[in-house]
Design a protein around this ligand. Structure first.
Ligand code: SAH
Length: 209
């Protein structure tokens, strides 16, 4: 039953403009219902964001697909994700063959994802910490994806991007962010492209506890 629902979701996302077949394949195979609160499971394959623990959300599948496509992933790319949340986006990136480093500031979510993903065969590296700082000892990264709304682009994340690397980050105010695609073209130069409006929960500094 869930597989059929996922196929419909993939069709819907394709119609909304996602063309990367590797992204569509991953959305079609990762069981999103297992990442959601029991009370929302029946909506798991509706193209919407839903609440998870501690006031956070699992991103809308279209948004997950859009950010994943924007990363222009190559197999074995080393990817930093800021905001593990449910772990769904991390699972999609793993399914696409990336080597994923994901960081979360809410202990409950960190624990949830760290237990769930390996049981489904997805093995990102999990970190409990402040994503504003990135992971200096594990970088640099081919790609960086931020899945919470930032008010500015954190400098440590720019520094942890490889030359030629891409960062996808929603930047703006609380109720609307612009998806920015940042490409590092030299040690000191970056290009920036705007890709439309999205709404994320806020990127917050420090740890939850
Ligand atoms: N990628 C997630 C989306 C989760 S919502 C998914 O697929 O479900 C964004 C997440 O970012 C929340 O869980 C929130 O706690 C986390 N977050 C916010 N600020 C953060 C920070 N500075 N460092 C790490 N995680 C952060």
């Amino acid at each position: 039953m869930h597989q059929g629902m996922r196929r419909k979701l993939v069709d819907e996302i394709r119609k909304k403009g996602i063309t990367d077949e590797k992204v569509l394949e991953a959305i079609g195979s990762v069981p999103r219902h297992l990442f959601m609160d029991n009370s929302f499971i029946q909506y798991a394959y509706v193209d919407k964001a839903f609440p998870i623990a501690v006031g956070q959300t699992i991103s809308q599948p279209y948004t997950v697909a859009f950010q994943s496509q924007s990363l222009e992933l190559k197999k074995f790319d080393k990817v930093l994700e800021v905001g593990t949340g449910s772990g769904y986006q991390a699972a999609v990136l793993c399914r696409m063959g990336a080597s994923v480093y994901t960081i979360e500031r809410q202990k409950i979510l960190f624990d949830f994802a760290r237990n769930l993903l390996p049981s489904l065969g997805f093995r990102p590296h999990f970190f409990y910490g402040d994503g504003y700082l990135g992971l200096p000892t594990y970088g640099p990264f081919d790609k960086i994806i931020v899945t919470a709304g930032a008010t500015y682009i954190p400098e440590p994340l720019k520094e942890q991007l490889k030359i030629g690397g891409i960062m996808v980050i929603p930047v703006g105010k609380v109720h609307l962010q612009i998806m920015k695609i940042i490409t590092r073209i030299s040690s000191t130069e970056y290009t920036e492209e705007d890709k439309g409006g999205f709404v994320f929960v806020p990127l917050l500094s420090g740890l939850s506890d």
